[in-house]
Design a protein around this ligand. Structure first.
Ligand SMILES: [Zn+2]
Ligand SMILES: [Zn+2]
Length: 166
């Protein structure tokens, strides 16, 4: 959904849109696995045009300890300002006819792209499937949440010595 920045007025225009699954590709680290719902508005103040609102979706992530796949709900609020060229003090800028045309005509942003960036900001860098995830065994690679592989006993000789006392 393209938004024509030049057409944005001071009066808020409400936007409600649902991007179907697959239409926004977040990144290789966080796959979006639900519709991206957006509810917000476009408006303008003395600084320039804004796109603001609330989004919600779900992403698929891997537990950093055991690599289990987790679906996590992601949502957030944002207010993006698209600063205009003409903030340069008049006089410093040579207002040739060509420059005036370039300054704004036809400038638009893709709402899906704005949301993609916002989603990435909300995706946690590290996620655990649960707080006490035991992770993969560094020796045999098995998931210690599922299996007690008993490798840990011979990892640290000090512990091995203690076990001999029993
Ligand atoms: Zn885990
Ligand atoms: Zn093991």
């Amino acid at each position: 959904m393209k938004i024509d920045l030049a057409a944005i007025r001071t009066t808020r225009k409400e936007i409600e849109v649902s991007f179907p699954l697959g239409s926004i590709d977040a990144s290789s680290d966080a796959e979006i696995v639900a519709n991206v719902e957006f509810r917000g508005s476009v408006w303008r103040d003395h600084r320039g045009p804004h796109i603001s609102g609330h989004f919600a979706t779900k992403v698929k992530l891997e537990c950093v300890r055991c690599l289990a796949v987790i679906e996590k709900a992601i949502e957030g609020d944002f207010d993006d300002l698209f600063a205009e060229e003409e903030q340069t003090t008049p006089g410093e800028l040579e207002l040739t006819p060509e420059l005036m045309d370039v300054s704004f005509a036809g400038d638009s942003v893709e709402l899906a792209e704005v949301l993609r960036e916002q989603i990435l900001l909300e995706v946690p860098e590290q996620i655990f499937c649960r707080d006490d995830c035991r992770g993969l065994c560094p020796k045999c690679g098995q998931d210690r949440n599922l299996i007690d592989c008993n490798c840990s006993a011979d990892i640290d000789p000090r512990w091995a010595a203690l076990e001999d006392l029993n």
